[in-house]
Design a binder for this molecule. Structure first.
Ligand code: AMP
Length: 296
């Protein structure tokens, strides 16, 4: 395993690999502080690809709160040790100057899809995400790039940018990995104390309550959202930012659910920590992997 810090080195290593033969390359973009959610992506990349690259970069441009950026966990040594077990070929861990050289002035804006939910509550967030992902995809030119359903809106934004800009990478989206309590794994969970962590399970409980009602035939978005709100209100430490039910592909808000998959997504704060979670609601026959709880 090699830890690469420079864009140029990453590009030239991969150019040589491709010249040497037909090599399938997989990229997993992360911000580090790796957990089972990230590792599920690594495992799938390992299964599908000859060469696996994990990028670890706490991307300053996607943080809309300076304190969140400052306090974001950074654990490169532990991350490296974890990835050794997966025989990852490269860790790409650039400095901010390497990704954003002096005079950097080109940004990627995915319009429309970024207006709601995370985009509405975190101004500039998706501009930062879309820009860094474009740089990472251009530097590594992977055949496949792996993302988690945990960041549902992000996966849709990235699929759109790959299509719009004609990038030659297939985006693979994998299910949310959860703690036994149902809490979606996240690097930010390390900010939670024991009692906040226990309370945080409320989010998935709330989404699951709506899902059960959906499975029992409820199709009114207003009613399903109300079920989520009613559960979250029971935990007074939570400040709910949004709960939305949208078409899972277009992210357009829904009144009534039909046969198309719908995304029930929320963001909430507990203490100083902001958490997001979601479930996909779709009639069983269309497949619904995102909604199945993955417990580790
Ligand atoms: P992050 O390091 O938070 O930027 O996440 C890197 C990638 O891992 C993103 O594609 C996330 O959606 C994905 N990811 C984070 N948490 C989870 C999780 N609990 N389950 C599945 N994927 C996840």
């Amino acid at each position: 395993m090699e830890i690469v810090n420079r864009r140029q080195r990453m590009t030239s290593v991969l150019r040589k690999l491709r010249r040497a033969g037909d090599t399938t390359v997989g990229l997993i973009p992360t911000m580090g502080a790796l957990h089972e959610g990230h590792l599920s992506l690594v495992r799938e990349a390992r299964r599908m690809c000859d060469v696996v690259i994990v990028s670890i970069f706490v991307n300053p441009t996607q943080f809309n709160e300076p304190s969140d950026f400052k306090e974001y966990p950074r654990r490169l040594t532990e991350d490296t040790a974890l990835l050794t077990d997966y025989n990852v070929e490269y860790i790409f861990a650039p400095t901010p100057e390497e990704i954003y050289p002096p005079g950097f002035s080109t940004y990627v804006n995915v319009e429309g899809l970024t207006d709601s939910m995370e985009g509405a509550h975190r101004p500039g967030h998706f501009r930062g995400v879309a820009t860094v992902v474009t740089v990472l995809l251009n530097v590594t030119r992977p055949d496949f790039a792996y993302f988690g359903q945990k960041d549902a809106q992000q996966t849709i934004v990235i699929k759109r940018l790959v299509r719009d800009l004609g990038l030659d990478t297939e985006i693979i989206v994998l299910p949310i990995i959860r703690e036994p309590s149902g809490l979606a794994m996240s690097s930010r969970n390390s900010h939670l104390d024991a009692s906040q962590r226990a309370a945080a399970a409320t989010l998935y409980r709330a989404l699951s309550a709506a899902e059960i009602s959906y499975r029992a035939g409820e199709r009114s978005a207003r009613k399903l959202i109300e079920i989520v709100r009613a559960e979250i209100i029971k935990e007074p430490r939570f400040g709910l930012e949004y709960v939305q039910l949208t078409d899972a592909e277009t992210l357009k808000p829904l009144d009534k659910l039909d046969a198309r998959p719908a995304l029930l997504a929320l963001a909430a704060r507990i203490g100083g920590t902001r958490l997001i979670d979601n479930v996909l609601l779709a009639p069983a026959r269309t497949g619904n992997t995102g909604a199945l709880p993955k417990i580790v």
